[in-house]
Design a protein around this ligand. Structure first.
Ligand code: PRP
Length: 208
């Protein structure tokens, strides 16, 4: 039975593709080409390259049987999928950050939070009893507090270089994030053996 595997493009995708290749699968994937579908005829695999935030949609709808997605996207989308294996790549934190020395929350005012992750941010601040207004952005989140669009940001921090380069600092770490192998629920019923084989191959390469 053939398997379709969704791979994110970008920073996480580069690491994921490298790992797949050292596991001996997906040798045909060429990130630099403009192609978005690659085949591994020997193993009967199809790889589709997607925007990070779209991997879950393709897996949830059964277009891809399985995929690699960041835990940040999984939390944000609360999709009807299985999380099958937590990987060691894509490790980072989701944090609240803002202008260095200007920590503003934990008071009675409504704070403005700029983020790509509105649902996750809402849940987090609700849990703390902090009233917020969400400002949904799609990238360069760090600009928002600098230009006065928001008081804080909720974003991914990996090396911390982006925050530092823009005069920001972490106020609070929220969640540990890493990449996750996810599967479609029906695929996991009917292609369990094939999915588990791929996970096992990846697991062997996924050392800390
Ligand atoms: C993420 C995140 C930060 C940056 C953090 O953005 O939104 O901007 O990485 O990484 P660092 O701590 O190593 O500096 P990404 O590169 O995914 O781009 P995007 O803003 O277009 O989503």
């Amino acid at each position: 039975m053939s398997l379709t595997i969704a791979i994110p493009k970008g920073r996480l995708g580069t690491q994921a593709i490298e790992m797949l290749k050292s596991a001996g699968v997906g040798e045909s994937i060429d990130e630099k080409s403009r192609k978005l579908v690659f085949k591994d005829e020997n193993r009967n695999l199809n790889f589709i390259l997607l925007k990070n935030s779209d991997v879950i949609t393709y897996v949830e709808n059964g277009i891809a049987d399985m995929g690699i997605s960041g835990k940040d996207m999984i939390m944000e989308n609360s999709a009807d999928i299985y999380e099958r294996y937590k990987m060691n790549i894509g490790r980072c934190k989701m944090s609240v950050a803002g202008i260095k020395g200007k920590r503003v929350f934990n008071d009675d005012t409504i704070i403005k939070v700029a983020t790509k992750f509105p649902e996750t941010a809402k849940k987090y601040f609700n849990g703390k009893g902090q009233k917020i207004k969400i400002i949904k952005l799609n990238g360069s989140i760090e600009l928002a507090p600098i230009l006065g669009l928001s008081d804080v940001i909720v974003d991914i921090v990996e090396t911390g270089n982006t925050l530092k380069a823009n005069g920001l600092e972490v106020f609070e770490d929220m969640y540990n994030i890493s990449a996750m192998i996810i599967s479609n629920k029906i695929s996991y019923k009917f292609k369990r053996k094939e999915i588990k084989e791929i996970i096992e191959l990846i697991r062997k390469e996924d050392t800390e």
